[in-house]
Design a protein around this ligand. Structure first.
Ligand SMILES: C[S@@+](CC[C@H](N)C(=O)[O-])C[C@H]1O[C@@H](n2cnc3c(N)ncnc32)[C@H](O)[C@@H]1O
Length: 258
């Protein structure tokens, strides 16, 4: 990592400063990448390359940007971003085109995390950004396989740290980045921060620093029980099947409560 003014700050102060300057998820990671002096980073789940292009355009200190994505249809990955092989082939071309200006820094690793991650040496990364498979299986694999790739003092962050596991509704597999990433941080003894825009970031330390620092004030329940009660599932199903009727029911109830 390059020496920067932000590096002497505590991680919490650094992240708080980044939050105060950012108006979007992309800006937040640009701020962190710049102020932490990140040189080598990886993005897991690249899709059409928009995030990669955004970061590469604004973070001149980067010397290597690993792009991990299978860019192929994944049987058993029940999420809306899953596409046909032909569409993914097109998305790969698009991602390449959007990042061609940084071809000397870009390292395209086409494959699932488990298939390609070991092409990155252990301790190589200043920052890994996880935005691939957000199911329990996916986030468990990505955190476990990326953690050794991050150097001590480096950051491991990601997207879709959503309070609700029903991010994509009952027809799709639940999103388990939250709370699983918090459990993972406890297992490895790292401090994990909840950030705005449904982002999380943990810093790899000496293994004795577990804490969950919620910089948003939104993550009050670290358990799962309340999201899987029969009442919750019934409500979810009713909202998905009969949204107009449910809106009328809600309005009527609100009027009665007034
Ligand atoms: C939501 S998109 C990523 C969006 C992108 N990070 C952005 O901000 O522009 C999710 C991507 O994860 C990839 N993906 C799904 N399962 C994966 C796995 N097991 N390993 C690596 N990437 C995976 C998909 O191919 C898809 O392109």
């Amino acid at each position: 990592m390059a020496a920067t003014a932000g590096q002497s700050d505590s991680p919490q102060a650094l992240l708080t400063a980044c939050i105060s300057k950012a108006q979007s998820r992309e800006q937040l990671w640009v701020e962190l990448t710049q102020s932490a002096g990140v040189q080598r980073m990886a993005e897991i789940g690249v899709y059409r390359g928009d995030f990669a292009a955004h970061i590469l355009q604004r973070c001149q200190g980067l010397t290597a940007y690993y792009m991990i994505d299978p860019w192929r249809h994944l049987a058993g990955w029940n999420k809306p971003a899953n596409q046909d092989d032909a569409v993914f082939e097109e998305f790969l071309r698009e991602a390449e085109k959007k990042t061609d200006f940084a071809a000397g820094k870009r390292v395209i690793l086409r494959g699932k995390t488990t298939e390609v991650v070991d092409q990155i040496p252990d301790g190589e990364l200043d920052l890994a950004y996880i935005d691939g498979d957000h199911t329990l299986k996916g986030i468990a694999i990505d955190l476990q396989r990326l953690y050794p790739k991050v150097r001590t003092g480096g950051f491991l962050g990601g997207d879709d740290f959503t309070r609700s596991v029903w991010q994509h509704g009952a027809a799709f597999e639940p999103t388990l980045v939250f709370p699983y990433a918090v459990y993972f941080a406890e297992a490895v003894g790292a401090t994990i921060y909840a950030l705005p825009y449904s982002q999380f970031c943990l810093q790899k330390g000496d293994g004795s620093q577990f804490a969950f620092v919620d910089l948003t004030g939104e993550y009050d329940d670290l358990g799962l029980r309340n999201q899987f009660t029969p009442e919750k599932l019934l409500k979810l199903t009713l909202w998905e099947r009969f949204p107009r009727l449910m809106r009328i029911v809600r309005k009527t109830r609100d009027v009665r409560l007034r």
